[in-house]
Ligand binder design. Structure first.
Ligand code: NHR
Ligand code: GAR
Length: 217
């Protein structure tokens, strides 16, 4: 079942919405040596599903509302993911908190992109919270997913300035430009074997990736 050396890394992408980060990965898949085996959404109307279909990628919907609880949803989601035998699972605007069992199953082979400079501004509604705090820097972070929500080791961050006339939408689009650069970069590192999670520590070329200190909550 192992891959030939230098064959593209099989990836499954989980989405809930627009899929612009998915599109950035589709556009650079050949260059970064990945093959996106499937795109799975918990929302049937996610625009990212159309992006996948346009690119000839298999799609599936696992609607969380069809399950009695998070454990049942996550079991169905894991079954759909595992059918495609990915070596990496990419959360790209996926909006459901995942159970510990799900996360442990993919530990060290699941990445997320979060719209803040982690460890600052974990959770939802980050752009408005940054504006409300008056911070002058914002951005996005790619991290390994661990059971602690938005708390796994950070791989790469992309920074943007907060401008005086920003609202949450202008700030979000500036952050997303960075997302579309840093997410393919992180996935490329993983695909080439340079990026790993070792005993809870993210390493690049065997060196620990430095973790920033919190400046805000
Ligand atoms: N699951 C675990 N265990 N660990 C992480 O680090 C996770 C995760 C699941 C998703 C993405 C995350 C983000 O980047 C992510 C990281 C959704 C929520 C949330 O509160 C929070 C963080 C993230 C994603 N979701 C609500 C829920 O009840 C639903 C919100 C909605 O549907 O709009 O699941 O920010
Ligand atoms: C991105 O900005 C991503 O950081 C954020 O949602 C957007 C999805 O955009 N993720 C979260 O908020 C996760 N809770 P996309 O669907 O166009 O990639």
């Amino acid at each position: 079942m192992g891959r030939l050396p230098n064959s593209p890394l099989p990836v499954v992408v989980l989405i809930s919405g627009s899929g612009s980060n998915l599109q950035a990965l589709i556009d650079r898949a050949t260059e970064i040596n990945i093959t996106i085996r499937a795109v799975i959404s918990n929302k049937a109307d996610a625009y990212g599903l159309a992006r996948a279909q346009e690119a000839g990628i298999a799609t599936a919907v696992v609607d969380h509302r069809q399950f009695p609880d998070r454990a049942a949803f996550d079991q169905a989601l894991a079954a759909e993911v595992d059918r495609h035998q990915p070596e990496l699972v990419v959360l790209a605007g996926f909006m459901r908190i995942l159970t510990e069992d799900f996360v442990i199953h993919y530990l060290g082979r699941m990445l997320n992109i979060h719209p803040s400079l982690l460890p600052d501004f974990q959770g939802l509604n980050t752009h408005q919270r940054v504006l409300d705090t008056g911070a002058d820097q914002h951005g996005a972070s790619v991290h390994f997913v661990t059971p602690e929500l938005d708390g796994g080791p950070v791989v790469i961050r992309g920074e943007v300035p907060v401008l005086a006339d920003d609202d949450a939408d202008t700030l979000a689009s500036r952050v997303q430009e960075q997302e579309h650069i840093i997410y393919p970069q992180a996935v490329a590192w993983f695909a080439s074997g340079r990026l790993r999670l070792n005993n809870g520590i993210a390493t690049l070329d065997g060196q620990q990736i430095p973790q920033a200190k919190a400046r805000h909550t």
